[in-house]
Design a binder for this molecule. Structure first.
Ligand SMILES: Cc1cc2nc3c(=O)[nH]c(=O)nc-3n(C[C@H](O)[C@H](O)[C@H](O)COP(=O)(O)OP(=O)(O)OC[C@H]3O[C@@H](n4cnc5c(N)ncnc54)[C@H](O)[C@@H]3O)c2cc1C
Length: 379
């Protein structure tokens, strides 16, 4: 048995032992699962994709995606606690200076420092180049002002990759954007925990910066104007992450529906024997399988070092829609019990829509896929 298989088995055992029995209570109370986060640290999840030379597990995208699928099949929100943390680590490992990597990556890999990615603002999500947060150079520091919103791990995390404008007048706009490593300190305050439809327990928050002074050596790569490019550099892996979450939800919903359809009887037989239910189950199984294969195909291309924006975009788009459709169909198969908080399917149904919004909305995903298609196939 190789190391990756051993790790996947350990994840499976942990999910069954610690996550499945606890998920409904945490989700309904919208309570942060601190004890599970400690166990995730022990499993090495906060260093999953960080190189071993910095104390991480150095997993391939394919193995990482399989881990995310397994956890998300039971509790998708849990994967958000380490997903966006790893995007912060990726930006440092890919674009940071040697000193930045040595300083930050070991602590991120161990989970001693946990954090995320702070890009979105109240008036700018899809159109990231419209952000208004500024960072003005002042001697050995930059002075940051502005507001971020919807930031995952905003309350529990202590350090974020923060996208700002170092030159608000630059044209094209992305040339004026820079990415900082921003630990919590004076001038960096956290607003309330945002109330959400689903994706409970993980904290989504507004972050306010008022004359926050960040040392100049926290600018990733120590060159201004690279921020947009550095964020885009994480998009392929980010989309594979979200696709894997979608696969997990789509498969989790299928599993719940398949079990329920054999237990519930109407007109003298299990509902699994009614053709209308069979058609649903067949569609769900096919969607889940297709989503898995698209995601593993994108991950394999990523691991071979190939450009995979088209493949990762297709996987993200298809798998997140599969999660939404499968959770809806599974809820319907459960009848009234699907609408009950005593059954798990209602959580998957509330969690799924986020996957169509985050990491590039699916509307944008389709536009990106079409543009790539044309660019790769000139007439
Ligand atoms: C639970 C949650 C967690 C999040 N976590 C984070 C996080 O950790 N860090 C972070 O930075 N952000 C985070 N986000 C924000 C998320 O990335 C944004 O919500 C997302 O990028 C969409 O931006 P928006 O909400 O501003 O929508 P908008 O950009 O306002 O878009 C609104 C609608 O218009 C469509 N649209 C926009 N432009 C176009 C176009 N050119 N063509 C066609 N359609 C278009 C969109 O597809 C969408 O349907 C999170 C969001 C949520 C809900």
């Amino acid at each position: 048995m190789n190391e990756d298989t051993q790790l996947l088995d350990a994840i499976d055992r942990w999910v069954e032992r610690s996550v499945r029995p606890a998920v409904r209570e945490f989700d309904h109370a919208d309570r942060y699962p601190a004890a599970l986060v400690d166990e995730m640290r022990e499993l090495g999840l906060f260093g999953a994709t960080i190189s071993p030379e910095y104390g991480g597990l150095g997993l391939s995208a394919a193995t990482y995606a399989r881990i995310v699928m397994r956890i998300a099949a039971v509790w998708m929100a849990l994967t958000g606690i380490f997903n966006s943390h790893l995007m912060l680590a990726l930006a440092i490992e890919k674009f940071g200076t040697r000193a930045q990597k040595a300083r930050w990556l070991p602590k991120l890999a161990s989970g001693e420092i946990r954090g995320g990615l702070a890009l979105t603002e109240p008036d700018a999500g899809t159109d990231l180049q419209a952000i208004r947060m500024t960072a003005r150079r002042d001697g050995g520091h930059y002075v940051v002002n502005g507001t971020k919103t919807w930031i995952s791990n905003g309350i529990e995390g202590s350090c974020f990759a923060l996208l700002v404008k170092t030159d608000p007048q630059a044209e094209p706009r992305h040339r004026g954007m820079s990415l900082f490593i921003a630990p919590k300190a004076m001038g960096f305050s956290v607003g309330r925990k945002l109330e959400k439809l689903g994706y409970k327990s993980i904290d989504s928050a507004e972050l306010a910066f008022e004359n926050y002074r960040v040392p100049a050596d926290h600018l990733i790569g120590e060159v201004e104007g690279q921020g947009f490019y550095q964020v885009a550099g994480g998009l392929e892996l980010g989309r594979i992450n979200v696709a894997a979450r979608g696969v997990g939800v789509a498969e989790g919903a299928l599993e719940l529906a398949t079990r329920y359809a054999q237990q519930r009887h109407t007109f003298g037989k299990p509902i699994a024997e009614h053709q209308a239910i069979q058609l649903k189950l067949a569609d769900m199984a096919t969607r889940a399988r297709a989503a898995r294969l698209l995601t593993l195909d994108a991950a394999a291309a990523f691991d071979r070092g190939e450009r995979c924006d088209l493949e990762a975009g297709m996987a993200k788009y298809f798998a997140s829609e599969a999660a939404l459709e499968n959770s809806t169909e599974a809820l319907r198969i459960h009848g009234a019990y699907g609408y009950s908080k005593e059954y798990d399917i209602e959580r998957l149904y509330r969690d799924a829509p986020l996957l169509c919004i985050g990491e590039g909305t699916n509307e944008m995903q389709r536009i990106i896929i079409a543009r790539q298609l044309v660019a790769r196939n000139p007439a």
